[in-house]
Design a protein around this ligand. Sequence first.
Ligand SMILES: [Fe+2]
Ligand SMILES: [Fe+2]
Length: 365
Amino acid sequence: MNATPKALEAEYAELAIQTQQETQALATETTLLNPRFYTTDFDEMDRIDVTPVRAEWDKLLDQMRSDPNKGHFKKNAEWDADWDGMEPKLKREFIDFLVSSCTAEFSGCVLYKEMKRRGNNPDICELFNFMARDEARHAGFINDALREAGVAVNLGFLTKAKKYTYFRPKFIYYATYLSEKIGYARYITIFRHLEANPDQRFHPIFKWFREWCNDEFSHGEAFALLMRTDPKLTQSFANKLWIRFFLTAVYSTMYVRDHARPEFHKALGVDIEWYDQEVFRKTSTIARQVFPVELDIDHKRWLPNLRRMRDAFGLMDEGKKQGGLAGWIKAKRGAVIAAATFVALYTIPVIHREPPKNVRLEPAY
Ligand SMILES: [Fe+2]
Ligand SMILES: [Fe+2]
């Protein structure tokens, strides 16, 4: 028997609620791979004295004050989204991509805003205010795109429901610097690829990526300058090991996460491994401005271990879904392999670099 239009309508409404709940759950969940929310010792950060980098600092802040992307994050005639014409599997992965990007953008916004709120140091407060402004725009723009698909992340709810991870300020510098620069490299690589292959641009949001990633680039510049105010942060033996740790963790997480979205990358016409290596290469080249060590992504142990890491996460996932004792054992086995693989990646000899006298860079890709 055919369902009446009323029944169908109710079914669709039910489905929409389910998808909405799933989206919210996706954004709220804290796993090893999901974007996290951070908190830190704001008083320590407030004590930073930017005098050693004053000239470069003022130039960067002038540029942020001029707000070059003020009018950028608005839909215009170029916006031609077609969610209904999207293949369901692609749609699912694309939504997952947008939710994770929105969460990451918003996580930056929350951290930066909190620093601005708690600080008294005018240099620091001004910087964090500009960065919070940008991230709020980014998250809002993605959420707008999601809303057209009938799903959106409740950002207010997220602020309360999400678990916060505490990082000491120096870890915030390493992790946030990297995520800003990697964000730039990811957005610009997709943008350039679609510029050359416009037929693969299956959603208009990618057209906004170039100006967008310039924001991320300057946020990264700010963290590079903050790190330069204290040479110990990048020069001490222990901190070099930490930088190496963060590079390995951030790169391998990105590799595993991207491989979970095969349909999304297929639609873009991008080979995931090529894309990831390209993003690592750009990020590593940029990071020479401040990091004294660089991961050797052409080392013969690099890619095989990343693939092993991806499979280990696959095993953990399968185990969790399977449940029961067998599932538990499978998940544990995955976790053990992942940990061993991380050690294998971490111990690949690094390339030592001497950071240049002048820190500042301009986006060049
Ligand atoms: Fe952003
Ligand atoms: Fe950013």
